[in-house]
Design a protein around this ligand. Sequence first.
Ligand SMILES: *Cc1c(COP(=O)(O)O)cnc(C)c1O
Length: 433
Amino acid sequence: MSSNEQLFQRAQGVIPGGVNSPVRAFRAVGGTPRFIQRAQGAYMWDAEGTKYIDYIGSWGPMILGHGHPAVLDAVHQAAADGFSFGAPTEREVQLAEAIIALVPSVEQVRLVSSGTEAGMSAIRLARGATGRSKIVKFEGCYHGHADALLVKAGSGLATFGHPTSAGVPPEVVQHTLVLEYNNIEELEACFKAQGDEIACVMIEPICGNMNFVRASVPFMKRLRELCTQHGAMLAFDEVMTGFRVALGGAQSVYAKLIPGFQPDMSVFGKVIGGGMPLAAFGSSKKVMSQLAPLGPVYQAGTLSGNPVATACGLATLKEISKPGFYEALGARTQSMVAGLTKVAQAAGVPFVGDSEGGMFGFFFSATATSPQPQNYGEVMATDKDRFNRFFHGMLNRGVYLAPALYEAGFVSAAHTEADIAATVAAAAEALQD
Ligand SMILES: *Cc1c(COP(=O)(O)O)cnc(C)c1O
């Protein structure tokens, strides 16, 4: 049996940084990544046989926990019938119907294989449908690694973005505008100056890629008004929040707070694949008819709507659609955040936490009185060293949190009250240290 360290050494010889997605390398928190051997329910075991309570859940997809019997069954059956045909299948239709039934703003969807692909295609479609080039994103939101979206804010108000990655030429991001999250004045100024050139505004409505930051209701309301007024599409990136914060996604949460609220376009991933490579983007029939083969906007995929992935996604959606699912998941997640808050207070550690459905986040605030961060700058100002020490304190006690302070956490239906209690007890000890 190889140790995590041995595997990491071997991996670094043949895979850049030893990982196939950077955050897995533990760079932010230091130490050796755990190589996972297997998982069941709320638990994962690493290569050394150490057991962890899993709060990553593959970064969101495993909302039922690992190895749910109904999902496993569906995947086994689908695999026996064939892995991939490159021809349409009934399950793709069923999955599209299921998504549309749960998300009223979506009349048609196209299935793809990753959130990156879905976000990239949604932007191409928004540009094709509006005949405009400019797109707006918010600092701290992540929409996958398509070139045009790997952008950070420039200096000054509503400037053109700068690439955040080598290999992205400045010309490629010249149409991407980057604004501060939750900043209404900046949003208004941007629309005033160039609103009629904006194809779409893409946003994580509850941002899980800067830990956990909600778009405020006044901000969301104004964003909706400005998009409508200027003919720009409002694109909700619900790759993380879709079927995670509520059955109808974050848009259903905002629809309760803002009467009649709907985005124009939605991007899904993570939970809809149940752990298999599957994602989707959707909009009105009118907009979606711009896509090939009906319209001029090209988009395609060899493995799109994969038979095994759609079986996994359908079985997952069926389970999460059962009555009471989100009530139970939300209550358990809330009880964990409340437990963490309590032990942090007892330890005299400045701490703020929040959750919606099965998604949560927490910050070690810089001061005891600082409120929940509202944007990327405020997230960056929280206590990173304390987070990193806490992360390792928890990992050493068998609790696997996201290995970076910018990431949200996830509770699954497989997490029990006992798991939550064990997690809170571990946190009490870790915070004492
Ligand atoms: C994970 C994520 C993506 C990218 O999805 P991949 O499947 O990793 O390409 C896009 N947007 C958001 C909000 C995400 O959380």
